[in-house]
Design a protein around this ligand. Structure first.
Ligand SMILES: C[S@@+](CC[C@H](N)C(=O)[O-])C[C@H]1O[C@@H](n2cnc3c(N)ncnc32)[C@H](O)[C@@H]1O
Length: 355
């Protein structure tokens, strides 16, 4: 997966930063982001594309929503999708609240039994985005940690580097380095010496082959994998509406476009790791969104309905009314949404004394 450190100006070991910072502090040109404004003419995003899992917000008709950070890389021209740091920032606290804490104890036990643990842990975060997984997990683990942050987008790696976690649960030092690369090319050699592989909100935007590469690399390196917040394809809105199921099904179909795993990701990952002899644990990790998370809920709603309409254009008129009603309820603090996700811990068989 990884490319030489010289492949990106952001590669290289970076000392721990003075405490987790707001990721968007690092946005160029703050205040006022580089993300395209929403299109008031097209509240559903029906004339736009929505990239699965990328996070919502409508853009100009004919453009991909969400990801117009810079030229290219919008997922519509054969280039990989790019994820807006604003969206990743918006979801970070909901992600942190949703994560399956039940998986931490078995992980801690596994890490505590590592032969070289006195030297600290090496943790690879695949598809790290702006680094939210490290900001959450590093302070939940004892011991010195070196995080290797992987992503194919060097722009996001920059954010991850500047907002890296400061210290472990017991105050031990945390350092980071960034590596640009694609998970499809990840190998067990690249994970040599790894104590743990993590990923968050990644599996559902992978293909089965990419997932297979990840599982094979982890199994080959004999290290455990904590793979969190894969969408489960189930959503509960309060109060229920007759269109909820129709939108859900169209959204899920959209997520499976182009061979992406979408809501099948956690099951596919469990199977892939089990085939390599790993012990796999799955736990729910739902977003529970209420009035406190109205900004996230609004953006999620726009993306969710927009993707559904892109998948089934015949829904556009009814979905427009539906979205307007849902947004009104959200603005009035009356909407509650549970978006189901799944966290997975794969305890791969140790190899060569590494795990
Ligand atoms: C939904 S974002 C999640 C980011 C971050 N893990 C988080 O939870 O905020 C998915 C991330 O995976 C990266 N990504 C997607 N497909 C990838 C691939 N095939 N190889 C490497 N990175 C990938 C994207 O660039 C993006 O940063």
């Amino acid at each position: 997966m990884t490319e030489p450190a010289t492949a990106t100006p952001y590669s290289g070991t970076i000392p721990a930063q003075p405490g987790p910072r707001d990721v968007t502090d690092a946005l160029p040109g703050r205040p006022g982001s580089t993300v395209e404004p929403e299109n008031p003419e097209d509240p559903v995003g029906a004339t736009t594309s929505v990239i699965p899992g990328a996070g919502p917000s409508a853009s100009r008709p004919g453009e991909r929503a969400t990801l117009r950070l810079r030229d290219g890389g919008d997922g519509g021209d054969g280039e990989p999708a790019r994820y807006a740091p604003e969206w990743l920032q918006l979801r970070e606290s909901a992600d942190a609240a949703a994560r399956a804490y039940e998986l931490l104890d078995p992980l801690r036990i596994r890490l505590a039994n590592l032969p070289g643990r006195a030297d600290g842990f090496v943790i690879h975060d695949i598809g790290c985005g702006t680094g939210s997984m490290g900001r959450w997990l590093a302070p939940h683990l004892d011991g010195a940690q070196h995080w290797v942050l992987h992503d194919r987008d060097p722009y996001l790696l920059h954010f991850a580097a500047v907002a890296s976690p400061r210290s472990a649960a017991d105050g031990s030092h945390v350092t980071v380095e960034t590596r640009r690369g694609d998970v499809a090319r990840l190998t067990s050699d690249a994970l040599s010496g790894a104590s743990l592989v993590t990923a968050s909100a990644l599996l559902d935007v992978l293909t089965r082959d990419e997932l297979g590469a990840l599982a094979a690399a982890c199994a080959g390196a004999g290290c455990p994998a904590l793979l969190t917040l894969s969408v489960a394809g189930r959503v509960e809105l309060t109060a229920p509406h007759p269109m909820d199921q129709e939108i859900t099904e169209a959204f899920n179909a959209h997520q499976r476009r182009d061979g992406l795993l979408g809501p099948d990701a956690a099951t596919a990952a469990a199977e892939a790791f089990a085939e390599h002899g790993a012990t796999v644990k799955l736990n729910p990790s739902p977003w529970r969104l209420g009035p406190e998370q109205a900004a996230l809920t609004e953006q999620w709603l726009r993306g969710w309905v927009g993707a559904a309409v892109e998948e089934r254009p015949e829904l556009a008129a009814r979905a427009g009314t539906y979205l307007a009603e849902r947004l009104e309820a959200c603005a009035e603090g009356e909407l509650r949404v549970v978006v189901q996700h799944t966290d997975l811990l794969a305890l791969c068989r140790p190899v060569g004394g590494t795990g």
